[in-house]
Design a protein around this ligand. Structure first.
Ligand code: AHR
Length: 507
């Protein structure tokens, strides 16, 4: 057992939290759409074929803005394939995931699903096999209220009023050699700037995201951001970050340092964006859209990569792809990633958990069968619900461990949020060996508030078996239980078992 100490001072404010920090991502990939959110024959399906059990779980998860329709998929997508009479829509090869896309679900159906779950649409345009004109066509179709050929078509397809999409991604992972239409930073920067300028001429209200690196480990990371922003700085609002984490070779301790890697990634991107601003003598601040983050067992033990199962003659419809089963350890790391995003709420103004249903997802479904919550569901739903108002830094003094790549890493990490009704604290114990008691000095907070606080809600995610998971046969094996937390003499004490994540609400 070790002791850790922290101080909760409301003057350590980071920023007002943008709700878009709790976004999600839905890609036409595997069983995400088909046999995931859309399964017309399912007993819970509504009149439009959407599974209502999945809708309820997505609502409980609490996702704000949802990025769509990809991902790698978008770089070969013709958005017009997904509008108009369903029986006339073409079946197409999806080169990114070696699958067949039936186009039964497109923009209108996805918006109808978003209306059910209460989330906003964030669209990505195809800058892989297509260019500025097709992006403009989609923007006009989605957002224009003028009477044009595209908006007439939209009305004929049942939507006279615009969709009103605010956030737009200028392509996806264009730095990745795997991406259809992959470009170097100079070519992408020019294309993104041209497209952004044109999109703003059509709709000045859009918020635009330029592609950053698809990982901190990319060989072009850093120079990519700099060159892309040198071209696009005046025309975009965000630069994206993508990052997936996994345990390698059974090294749980190293895996538990993932939050530190994510923090470095954000801070490095912010530094580069601000250096471009300085060179341009501009006060403008480019924000980060961390629009793909999660745990993903991308690199398999046998040396292959997840998602590359079908490289032969088969082009299946809705194959089982990227269906990672998450365990308790994954959920603790995942909770720490959410803490890290909140710690950077001043510059991370949008983030998308990648993804939502069946595909590296917090929600799993079985065709004709049940839907259930994976372990990662809990830190997301709890943080999204309790993290309201302003994010506040909580400096922690704790033991450290030596990471192989990230230097000394604190075993305990925390962040707080303060809103009109109370205070929430989110904490992780990254140690694989030692439980910790975290004592948080509340004196500055109580003085500022001028009133007492008591613990009204606690959650602890911890399992003796780090690899315990929720499955079709045992869907409630892992959940959250009450954390041991109490306030006494202006201090909050929380008991944190080794490898645990906790949330405490004070009011
Ligand atoms: O989320 C899965 C894939 O990961 C996305 O399609 C791509 O953008 C990233 O490489």
């Amino acid at each position: 057992m070790t002791d850790a100490a922290a101080r909760l001072d409301p003057h350590f404010e980071i920023a007002e939290i943008d709700r878009r920090l709790f976004g999600g991502f839905v890609e036409h990939l595997g069983r995400h759409i088909y046999d995931g959110i859309f399964e017309p024959g399912h007993p819970s399906a509504d009149e439009d074929g959407f599974r209502t059990d999945v809708v309820e779980l997505v609502k409980e998860l609490g996702v704000s803005t949802i990025r769509y329709p990809g991902g790698n998929f978008v770089s070969g997508y013709r958005w017009e394939d997904g509008i108009g009479a369903r029986e006339e829509r073409p079946r197409r090869l999806d080169l990114a995931w070696h699958s067949t896309e039936t186009n039964e679900v497109g923009l209108h159906e996805f918006q109808a699903w978003l209306d059910r779950v209460g989330s906003d649409l964030m669209l990505a345009v195809n800058l892989g096999t297509r260019s500025t004109q097709e992006a403009l066509d989609l923007l006009e179709y989605a957002n224009s209220d003028a009477q044009t050929a595209w908006t007439d078509r939209r009305a004929a397809n049942g939507r006279p009023t615009p969709f009103g999409v605010t956030m737009w991604c200028l392509g996806n992972e264009m730095d990745g050699p795997w991406q259809l239409g992959h470009l170097d930073a100079d070519d992408y920067g020019k294309l993104a700037a041209r497209t952004a300028k044109a999109m703003r001429m059509l709709d000045p209200g859009v918020e635009l995201v330029a592609c950053g690196s698809s990982g901190r480990g990319m060989p072009t990371f850093g120079s990519w951001e700099r060159q892309v922003l040198e071209h696009t700085f005046d025309d975009v609002d965000f630069i994206s970050c993508h990052s997936y984490y996994q345990e390698h070779a059974g090294n749980a301790q190293e895996f538990l340092a993932s939050g530190v890697d994510m923090a470095k990634f954000i801070e490095e991107v912010v530094t580069i964006a601000d250096s471009v601003a300085a060179a341009k003598k501009s006060d403008k601040r480019i924000m980060v859209s961390f629009d793909e983050w999660n745990i993903w067992y991308l690199h398999k033990e046998d040396g292959t990569e997840s998602g590359h199962e079908f490289k032969g003659g088969a082009w299946p419809v809705a194959p089982r792809l990227l269906e990672d089963q998450y365990h308790a350890l994954d959920a603790v790391v995942f909770g720490d990633l959410l803490i890290t995003l909140l710690q950077h709420a001043d510059r991370v103004r949008s983030a998308s958990l990648a993804q939502l249903v069946n595909v590296i997802a917090p929600i799993m479904t079985e065709p004709g069968g049940p839907a259930w919550r994976q372990t990662t569901f809990f830190p997301f739903s709890i943080t999204s619900r309790l993290a309201q108002g302003r994010a506040v830094r909580v400096p922690v003094q704790a033991a450290t461990f030596a990471s192989e790549t990230l230097g000394d890493v604190a075993t305990v990490n925390a962040v707080a949020t303060i809103d009109d009704d109370g205070v929430s604290l989110f904490v992780v114990n990254r140690s694989t060996t030692d439980a910790a008691t975290l004592r948080v000095d509340l004196e500055p907070l109580l003085t500022a508030l001028g009133r007492e606080l008591e613990v009204v809600e606690t959650h602890l995610l911890h399992e003796e078996d780090l690899y315990a998971a929720n499955t079709l046969d045992d869907p409630e094996r892992v959940g959250v239980r009450r954390a041991e937390a109490s306030v006494d003499s202006s201090a909050l004490s929380i008991a944190l078992p080794a490898v645990s994540w906790a949330a405490v609400r004070l009011a």
